[in-house]
Design a protein. Structure first.
Lengths: 444, 75
């Protein structure tokens, strides 16, 4: 557990070199969240930077806490290291990264060394990453999107600059930082790419060294990409799609066209070593052009959810189209269709998972959390996509302040509802379920 | 000032805007708060906050924000 600085990835690598795997935690997360992660992973050791030692000591952690700064100068003992690495293979876990779970407990996605190498190889080719590249890291370091910024340098000799988080609130300063560090490449969340365009940063300054911009995490609203294209016409723009369970991304689309406000970008074709299959609800293959659930297979599949074999076998299943040999697929829960050229198009979710500010959120987790607040009787959380606002409709006498304060205590900020609406009763459908369409008409 | 504090407390009911003086520097307000806030301030006070105005000094406290709003209203 640590802050946003270069020591953090250095410690990840140190842990791996010692024959172990890591589960990164961002020290700015609420304590409840950190304790949930600790409860799932049950680690023997926690590495923490000195700045966050007090927080670490307050967590429900039974193992040994080690301060990063204290062990930096430990001499390398090759004999101990080689002994620790015995028994490891390419399929050994490299890291466990946590994502939102619908029951209110986060799920730890386990990625192997082999999967990560397949992914980094494939993306480096598409982006032609080389040692001259300088990446500007936007992603929180405990989040899946950071793996590119961390592992590109190791594969290619490129560099990565970790951009301080609060610069994203001040876009002119952000672009100045990119220029000061001569940043050539960005792998950002769509939300991060939108921000400077939304706040008009291009009126003042442009990232003049930028050559490639790869974005992922949610659907890109092209009115903002258009602003990037108009200001930086020679940059390579790549739209990426994929879940943490398939090592960060599984398909990519190189934007060749000049986009317009209403352009919808496809999610493209699978990366090398990724296979994408579309399945109907009943496990049969979709007909050409039809919409089906996007299922992924290949050596990039995660090893499952840490300590959760039930959830793992629900989501990672034998390919129903293959009766002949073992071939696992991951069911993403996303819907897609192939166009006649085999380019994949995205059609949203089949369940109640949403993408907000680049993060996966289960609306069920928001509701479970709201129900923990005294004075909340019933509730329903919905996402107002056009305005990117998380709504909570609730009954009971809790104030919106009570609810938000509780959320800020137990969940990351991006999971806190922005608009809270207190109702006498939640509207229901004839079958007794909450009438979400009526609730959506209350969006403002 | 009251109108501003009302907007701020609706945006982030968990923050003590009357006393905080390092909202940006300490990362209390994040980039998404700022995007939402800029839109609301522009509408409520009939101003146009420009990228040049988006520096920590203008947003670190409610007082600083009020000064920015008044400056922009005079222009």
């Amino acid at each position: 557990m640590s802050g946003r600085h270069a020591l953090t990835p250095a410690c990840f690598l140190g842990i791996v070199r010692a024959g172990c795997f890591y589960a990164p935690m961002d020290a700015t997360m609420p304590q409840t969240r950190l304790n949930q992660i600790i409860g799932v992973i049950k680690a023997d050791y926690m590495l923490v930077d000195r700045e966050h030692l007090d927080i670490a000591n307050e967590l429900d952690f039974d193992g040994t806490v080690i301060v990063m700064e204290d062990i930096l100068d430990t001499p390398v003992d090759e004999a101990v290291l080689s002994k620790a690495q015995k028994g490891l293979n390419e399929l050994s876990p490299l890291y466990v990264i946590f994502t939102s779970g619908s029951t209110g407990v986060p799920k730890g996605v386990i990625t192997s060394h082999h999967s990560l190498m397949c992914y980094i190889d494939a993306v480096s080719k598409v982006l032609s990453v080389d040692e001259a590249d300088v990446f500007g890291s936007q992603s929180p370091l405990d989040y899946i999107a950071a793996v590119r910024d961390i592992y590109f340098p190791i594969k290619t000799g490129a560099s990565t600059v970790i951009i301080p988080k609060n610069e994203f609130a001040m876009p002119t300063q952000l672009f100045d930082t990119l220029n000061k560090n001569k940043v050539t490449a960005l792998c950002w969340s769509v939300a991060g790419v939108e921000l400077p365009a939304k706040l008009g940063a291009f009126d003042t300054v442009k990232p003049e060294y930028l050559k490639k911009l790869c974005f992922s995490g949610s659907v890109m609203p092209c009115k903002y990409l258009k602003i990037w294209q108009q200001n930086l016409p020679d940059v390579l723009y790549v739209n990426q799609y994929g879940p943490t369970e398939a090592t960060a991304s599984c398909t990519y689309y190189i934007v060749k066209e000049q986009v317009d406000d209403d352009t919808v970008l496809p999610i493209g074709e699978p990366y090398e070593n990724y296979t994408v299959t579309l399945l109907n609800e009943d496990g049969t293959a979709t007909k050409p052009g039809e919409i089906g659930e996007i299922c992924v297979s290949g050596p990039i599949l995660a090893l499952g959810y840490y300590g959760n074999p039930e959830k793992t076998s629900e989501s990672f299943i034998q390919n129903p189209l293959n009766p002949n040999y073992r071939e696992l697929i991951y069911k993403t829960g996303d819907l897609g269709s192939f166009d006649p050229d085999g380019i994949l198009e995205f059609h949203g979710r089949k369940d109640r998972q949403i993408k907000h500010m680049g993060h996966r959120i289960e609306l069920g987790e928001i509701e479970e959390t709201a129900k923990q607040v005294e004075g909340v009787l019933d509730c329903c959380s919905l996402y107002y996509k056009e305005k990117e606002q998380l709504y909570l409709f609730y009954t009971g006498d809790a104030t919106s302040k009570d609810i938000v304060i509780h959320f800020r205590k137990v969940l990351p900020g991006f999971m806190s509802p922005r608009k809270l609406i207190n109702l006498e009763t939640l509207p229901t459908l004839p079958n007794g379920k909450t009438d979400m369409q009526t609730l959506k008409s209350y969006f403002k | 000032m009251e109108e501003l504090l009302e907007i701020l407390s609706e945006l982030r009911p968990d923050v003590d805007f009357e006393n905080e003086t390092a909202l940006i520097t300490d990362g209390i307000l994040d980039s998404f708060d700022i995007v939402a806030l800029v839109g609301e301030l522009n509408d409520a006070f009939d101003i146009e906050i420009k990228p040049n105005n988006l520096v920590p000094d203008n947003f670190n406290s409610a007082k600083a924000m009020m000064a920015l709003i008044e400056k922009l209203q005079d222009e």
